[in-house]
Design a protein around this ligand. Structure first.
Ligand SMILES: NC(=O)c1ccc[n+]([C@@H]2O[C@H](COP(=O)([O-])OP(=O)(O)OC[C@H]3O[C@@H](n4cnc5c(N)ncnc54)[C@H](OP(=O)(O)O)[C@@H]3O)[C@@H](O)[C@H]2O)c1
Length: 244
């Protein structure tokens, strides 16, 4: 079921229900594999379950530890149907992973505005849409954590002026999640953002610095170590705090 070489066996998730968005490839799929390897119950949201062969194979192997549900985080009706399919089941960990980079034209001088809107819709609004649909499930979870896979590209402290649509969507989602952290402070729910590194996926490309296995294993350690005192914070995959 894929590599588990770097996954700490100290992470105890056997009693947890974990929701992962964008779960059919890249970082999301690796999270699914890793958490299943550790015995968690995983609900994998993806746009086309029928075109997700790796998830389907895992489902055959593991039966009811894995539920695969259709989810397009850009479409309210899809997010609502996703929540209805989960029903009243408590959710202990939500990983908002689904994301897109957007069109090639996204510089200060040339911008595909349609694509920018889509990037904002998926990357910045999607995580809040999913939270709102699962609010009750998350509030009934144990030591609930809401994790959003953000990016260093969204940090004001990180240089560079390319990919404006993508960068601004990650800056926006950081702020949205900081607001959510504040609003959930009375519920003891930990909200945090993670930069996964520059990762070898379809989005990151072959020249990227970090393997999917190392990135997810590192982020899982970070997620496991997070406490409510960390709510509203931004971490890198290797455990270092990220500057805003
Ligand atoms: N790779 C990197 O270097 C890097 C660096 C920093 C941050 N990140 C972030 O890490 C997350 C995962 O990225 P990745 O590298 O694994 O990218 P990826 O390989 O391109 O995978 C993206 C995933 O998001 C899904 N997705 C896209 N739009 C969606 C929507 N509207 N509803 C539901 N799912 C949707 C995709 O589903 P489909 O197969 O249906 O398209 C796919 O499963 C993203 O949020 C990304 O911004 C990545």
């Amino acid at each position: 079921m894929g590599s588990r070489a770097n996954i700490s066996k100290d992470i105890n998730v056997t009693s947890q229900t974990i929701v992962i968005t964008g779960a059919n490839r890249g970082i999301g799929l690796q999270f699914v594999k890793n958490y299943l390897n550790l015995g968690a119950h995983v609900i994998a949201g993806c746009r086309s379950p029928e075109n997700a062969p790796e998830l389907q194979a895992l489902r055959k192997e593991l039966g009811d530890h894995l539920k695969i549900l259709p989810l397009d985080v850009k479409v309210q009706a899809s997010v609502s149907a996703f929540a209805r399919a989960i029903g009243e089941r408590p959710v202990d960990l939500l990983i908002n992973n689904a994301g897109i980079k957007g069109a090639v034209k996204q510089s200060s001088f040339e911008m595909d505005y349609e694509s920018w809107m889509e990037v904002m819709d998926i990357n910045a609004m999607g995580p809040l849409r999913v939270f709102q649909a699962l609010e009750t499930n998350l509030k009934t979870g144990q030591d609930t954590k809401i994790i959003t896979i953000s990016s260093q590209m969204g940090a004001m402290s990180f240089p560079g002026a390319s990919n404006i649509a993508y960068r601004s969507s990650k800056s926006a989602v950081n702020k949205v999640m900081c607001c959510l952290a504040e609003d959930l402070a009375g519920d003891n729910i930990t909200v945090a953002m993670l930069h996964p590194g520059w990762v070898k996926t379809d989005m990151g490309g072959d020249a990227a610095e970090v393997t999917v296995a190392d990135s997810t294993a590192g982020m899982m350690k970070v997620i496991d170590a997070l406490t409510f005192g960390d709510t509203g914070s931004f971490y890198k995959w290797n455990g270092e705090q990220h500057d805003w």
